[in-house]
Design a protein around this ligand. Structure first.
Ligand SMILES: [Zn+2]
Length: 296
C-alpha cells in the first residue's frame, strides 16, 4: 500500500467510530486534499456546531492526526495538534525512516510544531497530544518563543504548563539566546542558480541555529511544485530538528504525500557542523535520490 493510501485507510477506520466530530473533520481533510490544517475560521465553526472549546475539539482530532504517522519501527501512532496564536490547528505525527539511524526519527509534537512554523504561524499557544510528551519533546518545545506560557493537553490531563513537565529547565536563556524559535530569522543569505536552489537558500536564511550558526534549508521539487524545510536548533543540541525532516514533514502534513519528489537540494552555510551526511543518507534511503548540496 502506498503511504497516501495508508493514511486514507486509517482515516476510514477512524470514521467508522461514528463520532460526528471526527466524521466532519475527516470530510474536511478530504475536501482539502489531506492537508492536516484546520483554519481558525473552521475551528470557530466546528467549536460552535459541536459545543466544544478549541482544546476539546483538538483532543477529538488526535486520532485523525495520528493517521499521518509513519511507523515502520514502532507501529505506535502518536498524533499531535499545535494550536497557533491565530487559532488555527496544525496536525503532527511521529515519523520513522527505515534504513537510517534512529536519530533521524521525528516525534509527533516536533512534527506539529515544525508544520506550524513552516506554515507561517508566529507563535503557539497550546500543544495537544495523545500520549504524555517524552523528555526530548519537552526540551524541544522549551525552545519556543511561547515556552513560558505554552499549555499541554492530553486525553487524561489538560491545561498544564510546559514547565510543569520540565521543572528547573535548561533553555536558550542559559546560553544567552533571547531571539528564539518562531521569532523571525533573517541571516542575509543569498544564492542559488535555479528556483529550487534559491528556495533552499531562502529556507536556510530563515533557519534557527543560534548555537552553531549552521543555517540550513532543504527544498524539494514535487511534480513541479517547491516545498521547503528549515533547520531548528535546540539549546540541548540533540532535540534539534533537521532540515530534510522539516521539508518531508511539511510534504506529509500538507497533503502532498504520494506525489513524486524529483529533486532534493540542501543549502547550508559553511559552519562548525554540517547536515550533509545525514541528509544524504535519508535522501538515498527514503527517496532513492541523490542529495544536491549548495554551500553558502
Ligand atoms: Zn517525543
Amino acid at each position: 500500500m502506498t503511504e497516501r493510501k495508508e493514511i486514507q485507510h486509517r482515516l476510514a477506520q477512524v470514521a467508522t467510530q461514528a463520532n460526528p466530530v471526527t466524521e466532519k473533520v475527516i470530510n474536511l481533510l478530504h475536501q482539502q486534499n489531506l492537508k492536516g490544517v484546520i483554519s481558525a475560521e473552521q475551528v470557530a465553526l466546528l467549536s460552535t456546531e459541536f459545543q466544544l472549546t478549541p482544546v476539546q475539539l483538538a483532543l477529538a482530532c488526535l486520532p485523525i492526526a495520528a493517521c499521518f504517522a509513519l511507523v515502520p519501527v514502532s507501529n505506535f501512532y502518536v498524533g499531535a495538534v499545535a494550536i497557533g496564536e491565530s487559532g488555527a490547528f496544525y496536525f503532527g505525527a511521529n515519523q520513522e525512516f527505515a534504513g537510517v539511524g534512529m536519530q533521524q526519527t521525528v516525534h509527533a509534537e516536533q512534527s506539529a510544531v515544525m508544520h506550524a512554523w513552516l506554515a507561517g504561524e508566529k507563535a503557539l499557544s497550546d500543544m495537544v497530544v495523545n500520549y504524555t510528551p517524552c523528555g526530548h519533546c519537552r526540551q524541544f518545545m522549551n525552545e519556543l518563543n511561547t515556552a513560558e506560557k505554552l499549555h499541554i493537553h492530553l486525553p487524561h490531563a489538560q491545561h498544564n504548563p510546559l514547565h510543569g513537565y520540565l521543572p528547573d529547565a535548561f533553555g536558550p536563556k542559559d546560553l544567552d539566546i533571547h531571539h528564539v524559535l518562531f521569532d523571525p530569522q533573517d541571516h542575509a543569505l543569498q544564492g542559488g542558480n535555479d528556483a529550487l536552489e534559491r528556495a533552499a537558500v531562502e529556507a536556510a536564511n530563515q533557519a534557527y541555529a543560534p548555537y552553531s550558526q549552521a543555517y540550513s534549508g532543504v527544498a524539494l521539487m514535487v511534480e513541479g511544485e517547491i516545498i521547503t524545510g528549515r533547520y531548528a536548533e535546540n539549546a540541548a543540541f540533540n532535540p534539534s530538528f533537521l532540515p530534510l525532516q522539516s521539508a518531508l514533514n511539511f510534504y506529509r502534513l500538507q497533503g502532498y504525500v504520494g506525489r513524486r519528489i524529483e529533486r532534493v537540494v540542501l543549502a547550508e552555510k559553511r559552519a562548525v557542523l554540517s547536515h550533509q551526511a545525514m541528509a544524504e543518507d535519508l535522501a538515498r534511503s527514503y527517496l532513492a535520490l541523490p542529495l544536491e548540496r549548495l554551500e553558502l
